[in-house]
Structure formats: structure tokens, C-alpha cells
Design a protein around this ligand. Sequence first.
Ligand SMILES: *Cc1c(COP(=O)(O)O)cnc(C)c1O
Length: 241
Amino acid sequence: MQRSIMPDEATIISDNWQRVQESVARSLDSSEHNQSVKIVGVSKYVSAERTQLLLDSGCTHLGENRPQLIWEKQAWLEEHQHDKPKWHMIGHLQRNKVRRTLPMLCSIHSVDSERLATSVNEEAEKLGRSIPILAEVNVTEDTSKTGMQSEQLLSFMDHVGKLPNLQLQGLMAMSTHFAGGDQARREFAHVRDLRDRLQTSYPSFDLKELSMGMSGDFHEAILEGATLVRIGSSLWEGIER
Ligand SMILES: *Cc1c(COP(=O)(O)O)cnc(C)c1O
């Protein structure tokens, strides 16, 4: 049997959620980009039970970096008759897991290859729906990190343009050190610039979303135009992981 949650965990999580919302709002006040920002609460560190406490606090968009975590938590939440969260896939999605995962997802931030795009399109077609996706780009110097290189993007855009069940809405990226500062800010500015150029070259897409910024660098990301921030650690401070 799972250990029951101490009553004060609900309070800690709800306070964390308030605090994160307030700091996101402050960053947004300092931004010159006139964007709105959605917080995707990253629940990969904690159990389904604690994830539910975050949902109860009012966070409706959740992100996970592994499909299995979404399957497990979705099953638990259904069993406990909780309202369905809006799940965002933010980590590597293996093609053989697309079929099982797609019905649960509202968006995939981490589409990083034409092959994955093709698989997602096929499964979305079978479900009779279309799915919002983002193209994950690697703007760090480290080519071993996840995401496409910017040179791959033109070919990717051409490819996705032919897949009717995908709605490409923008880009997702991570900074090199996840720690903020000038380098992060330059990297996020680079992502925005890339998006702006792609938008000019491909006017038929509506590339309105920039998924960038985590606990350590969401301030810099928002100053550079982020519309989706993926926040984990800050929401779970004071909670056993
Ligand atoms: C874990 C994770 C996050 C959240 O990171 P924190 O530093 O814990 O806020 C964001 N994006 C991705 C892709 C992740 O895997």
C-alpha cells in the first residue's frame, strides 16, 4: 500500500505552485515580447499521488519526459476519477511507443526527426485527430544533446508540411547549462530568431509557440519570448522525490 500523504504536502505543493506562478508573472512583466506564457508542470520527479496534488492546486498542463510515466499516472488518475490533465510529451518519444501514448497527449514538444513526425502523423490519422507538435532544436554547442541541428530544420519543415495530421506550432529548446545567465539568454534569443526566420520562409505555418525555460532559466527564456515554460524542480521543493 502506498504511504498516505501527510496533509502538509498539499500545502507545500500549492504554495510552490503559487510562488512559481508569481515569478513567471514577474518575468512576463519585464518581457518586451507581449506574449502569454503557459506553465507546464513537470511531474517526472514524483508519484501519481503527488502529481494529483499539483493538479488540485490548479496546474492543468503537465509534462513528462518518458512515455511510461504518462501511462502510469494516467491510469492512476483514472482509477481515482480525477479530471484528465493536459499531457505534454517533453522528452524522447520512441516510435514504438507512439501508438499507446498519443491518445493521452495534448501536445508533443520533442519531435526531433522526420521519422518520428511520420509515425505520429500515421497514428493521429488512425485516431481521426490532429496533434499539436513542436520541433525540438539543439542550439547548444554540444551536438550530442537532443534536438535537431538548425540546418536540419528546413528539410523537417518541408516534410511536416506534407503531413496533414500534425499542427507544427513552433520550437522547443534547452539551454546548455539549465542555469540561466547571459549564455542561456543568448541561446534562447537564437531560438526565437530561428523561429522568426522559419515563419518568414513558411508563412503557411503558424509558429506561435516557443517552449523554452526550466526551473533554472525560465526568467531568461521569458525575456526572450517563451510561451511555454517547463517547470519541475521548483514545484517540488520541500517534497520527497
Ligand atoms: C525535467 C525536465 C524539465 C524540468 O526541469 P527542472 O529543471 O526540474 O525544472 C524541463 N524540460 C525537460 C525536457 C525535462 O526533461
